[in-house]
Design a protein around this ligand. Structure first.
Ligand SMILES: Cc1cc2nc3c(=O)[nH]c(=O)nc-3n(C[C@H](O)[C@H](O)[C@H](O)COP(=O)(O)OP(=O)(O)OC[C@H]3O[C@@H](n4cnc5c(N)ncnc54)[C@H](O)[C@@H]3O)c2cc1C
Length: 422
């Protein structure tokens, strides 16, 4: 890069970094995205592709409702095929406990004016004719949708570039430089870039990037395994979240994963942040497996300290989880006796103690904006987050209230009663 200055440097080329670059460049800001691998190689291309408002915590819901409107015209805006399908989102009631749990979210939808209803077993079968009678019903939000994760970051990148944004791929940011309490530049593996504003959109790496600055960002990695299944009978255009979560692409293929289970590979941060995670762990202990192994050893040997060592985090998917997901699908839907797994992969989600992201400009150091910690549901929100970050930088105050997502909540004591229901 010839010009070693930028108004803004974005660290991370996932959906958050790429959309931030797009919205900043659109408003004439000189922006450089530094990405240690290539755009969208970590969480942003490994997720299920659900774009849902349904089941979100109240702190996120207005943001996600605004984002849903963006998604509806995003293909036109970016001039790209994103495989956007507005087929709704279904949260399945596979037992009575689950039904009661889902019902709790209906008043939240109503309060925010989001059309969401509870479906009987019969109504569910009208939407998903293959659903078997062991499914008791569902919660349905018709305006939700899905998109193809592999296509979204490259589309934002292309559109941002046409507006003047610069992307440095294979370029890890090693350190953020602070002078007199303000950001003054970044040291990358390909040299120094002078800037007064840095956006931390580094996903699972954000905690490590922030640590040398004295910014204590609690976030732990949760692994999710996903499979792509060869075309099967037509099930539904809706994203479906039950014991198995799946969405069906227009070519009949399924993206499929276990709906509620996840694995946490223990690492040094697991101990460091342990007290903050006790409530979320106790709430999810049946679904969350703790694993002691390779990741901790690598961490103890400092193998995650050098950002350029891992161009893309690529954890081993759990075959056991995928096989269990297949069994659930076969138990809950007709006509799925033979399902061929074409591909399996896994990704690490960056989860905060209250499972909410941080979208905030810090006062110390000045010039540092955090947009990270999306806790397993940042793909759907990605476009609006980029817009909000651009407003934080350019307008001082974003057009939507982000107070609940402020960084200082971790010090103040986070609320532990989440209103998320998935
Ligand atoms: C299995 C799975 C299923 C999911 N399903 C859904 C879903 O259906 N719907 C939904 O809304 N969300 C889902 N999510 C969550 C969603 O994918 C993430 O919340 C979202 O992609 C986060 O985007 P991001 O840009 O913050 O992070 P990422 O996509 O992880 O991007 C961060 C980028 O920063 C780069 N980086 C890090 N450190 C540095 C550095 N020092 N220098 C340069 N670059 C750096 C990384 O290489 C990476 O590319 C899922 C996640 C997983 C793993």
């Amino acid at each position: 890069m010839k010009d070693r200055n930028a108004d803004v440097v974005v660290v991370g080329g996932g959906i958050v970094g790429c959309s931030t670059a797009y919205y900043l460049a659109k408003r004439g800001v000189s922006v450089v995205v530094c990405e240690k691998g290539d755009v969208g190689l970590e969480q942003s291309s490994r997720n299920w592709g659900f774009v849902r408002q349904q089941g979100r915590d109240e702190a996120e819901l207005p943001l996600m409702m605004a984002c849903n409107r963006i998604w509806q015209s995003l293909e036109a805006e970016l001039e790209a095929d994103l495989e956007w399908i507005q087929g709704g989102n279904i949260a399945l009631a596979y037992n009575h406990e689950r039904l009661g749990f889902l019902e709790q979210w209906l008043p939240i939808a109503k309060e925010h004016g989001l059309e969401t209803s509870l479906l009987s077993a019969q109504q569910l079968r009208k939407l998903v004719p293959a659903a078997k009678s062991n499914l008791l019903g569902a919660m349905f939000t018709s305006s939700d949708g899905q998109a193809e994760p592999q296509k979204v970051c490259p589309a934002f990148q292309r559109a941002a570039k046409t507006k003047g944004a610069r992307f440095m791929t294979g370029c890890a940011v090693e350190r953020i430089e602070i002078q007199n309490g303000s950001v003054s530049g970044v040291y990358t593996e390909h040299g120094y870039i002078r800037t007064s504003t840095v956006v931390c959109a580094a996903g699972a790496w954000s905690t490590r990037l922030m640590r040398p600055l004295g910014v204590r960002l609690p976030s732990l990695w949760i692994k999710g395994s996903v499979a792509r299944v060869a075309p099967v009978r037509t099930l539904t255009p809706a994203g479906v979240w039950g014991r198995t979560a799946f969405r069906q692409r227009s070519d009949g293929r399924l993206y499929m994963a276990l709906g509620v289970e996840g694995e946490h590979d223990l690492m040094i941060d697991s101990l460091r942040f342990f007290p903050a995670y006790i409530p979320v762990y106790l709430h999810n202990r049946k679904e969350l497996k703790l694993k002691l192994g390779r990741v901790l050893i690598d961490d103890l040997f400092g193998r995650y300290d050098d950002f350029s060592r891992h161009r893309a985090l690529d954890p081993q998917p759990s075959r056991k989880e995928i096989e269990q997901a297949v069994r659930y699908m076969q138990a809950e839907y007709e006509g799925l006796k033979s399902m061929t797994i074409e591909r399996m992969w896994a990704g690490y989600m960056d989860c905060t103690p209250d499972m909410l992201p941080v979208i905030d400009a810090l006062t110390r150091p000045r010039g540092l904006v955090l947009a990270t910690g999306f806790s397993g549901h940042g793909f759907g929100m990605g476009p609006i987050v980029g817009k909000m970050v651009s407003e934080i930088i350019l307008d001082a105050k974003p057009s939507l209230d982000l107070n609940a997502l402020r960084f200082s909540r971790f010090k103040e004591g986070i609320k532990t009663r989440s209103t998320q229901v998935v």
